[in-house]
Design a binder for this molecule. Structure first.
Ligand code: G1P
Length: 294
């Protein structure tokens, strides 16, 4: 089996939970303070040796293309203003990645989006990273995934434990434990009710796939929400190939809905020394005011 060199980032979704902010911009460009969500993910992919990032885009392609490109006007402005640090940063974003843009013309589901990347991936194993999730120390988790892929040569998925109330937001796995750090997938179900769920182990949105997944995606029927689901294609893959899994140890931040997004922004703001103190005072103030009023 060949080394994994490519990663697919599906970024063509409507982002309906964030309208109107996502009317003209993909939700993956929403900032966590001053860095778009997608940049966190691309940085981690590049840091573990991914050479090509394939963005499966929709109507909002421009914002992402521009973000990972040079902006000479801005660079000139920053140079004149003596803002060397910012200048270095914006140039570095353009330097970091060799992007490939693939257009998903119809939004038929996550599985369909991944299938659109087939001509760019061709017959190679590849990663998929979803833009709803940011993982702290993501490099560590991706390295685990790549290590397991090298060991087994099979598809690998990252899992996380979720509380019962969150189960219906995720794809859920039925697993058998192989050793301390590895599971083998026995079954998968996309967004089950807590009663239907075989476990509380949710698919995080980071996958390593053998190219066989493309064959399976071609025969996957619309599932949950009438969409072609990646989880359903993995279920088909299980008929021919084993899928392995591991549990992520680092904190996972969901950014896929306004409340979780806000939680993520606040958590990251507390990690920033330049914001931390004043934000704490501000939030304390709000909470005190609320207490006085109620
Ligand atoms: C997708 C997948 C789901 C996975 C989730 C992780 O769902 O279909 O299996 O658990 O991402 O974020 P989405 O959040 O796109 O509805």
């Amino acid at each position: 089996m060949r080394e994994i060199r490519k990663a697919v980032l599906p970024v063509a979704g409507w982002g309906t939970r964030f309208l109107p902010a996502t009317k003209a911009m993909p939700k993956e460009m929403l900032p966590i303070i001053d860095k778009p969500i997608i940049q966190f993910i691309v940085e981690a992919l590049i840091n573990v040796g991914i050479e090509n990032v394939i963005f499966v885009t929709g109507r909002h392609k421009k914002a992402i293309e521009n973000h990972f490109d040079y902006n000479h006007e801005l660079e000139e402005h920053l140079k004149k203003a003596g803002k060397e640090k910012l200048l270095k940063e914006v140039v570095q974003i353009a330097n970091m990645v060799n992007p490939i843009y693939v257009r998903q013309k119809e939004q038929l589901g996550l599985g369909h989006a991944v299938l659109m990347a087939e001509p760019a991936v061709s017959n190679e194993p590849f990663l998929v990273a979803l833009g709803d999730i940011i993982i702290e120390n993501e490099e560590e988790e991706l390295k685990k995934m790549l290590k397991l892929f090298r060991k087994y040569g099979n598809s690998i998925i990252a899992l996380m434990e979720v509380p019962e109330s969150e189960i219906s937001k995720y794809g859920i796995a039925k697993v058998r434990e192989l050793d301390n750090e590895t599971f083998i997938i026995e079954d998968l179900i996309e967004k089950p009710s807590p009663e239907e769920a075989p476990s509380n182990l949710a698919i995080v949105g980071r996958y390593a796939f053998t190219p066989t997944i493309f064959e399976k995606l071609k025969t996957t029927k619309p599932g949950r929400g009438g969409e072609i689901q990646l989880t359903d294609a993995m279920k088909l893959l299980l008929e021919d190939e084993a899928i392995y899994a591991y549990k992520v140890n680092n904190p996972v931040y969901d950014t896929g809905n306004p409340l979780d997004y806000l939680r993520t922004v606040i958590t990251f703001a507390f990690k920033r020394e330049d914001i931390n103190g004043k934000l704490r005072d501000f939030l304390k103030g709000i909470l005190n005011e609320e207490r006085t009023l109620s």
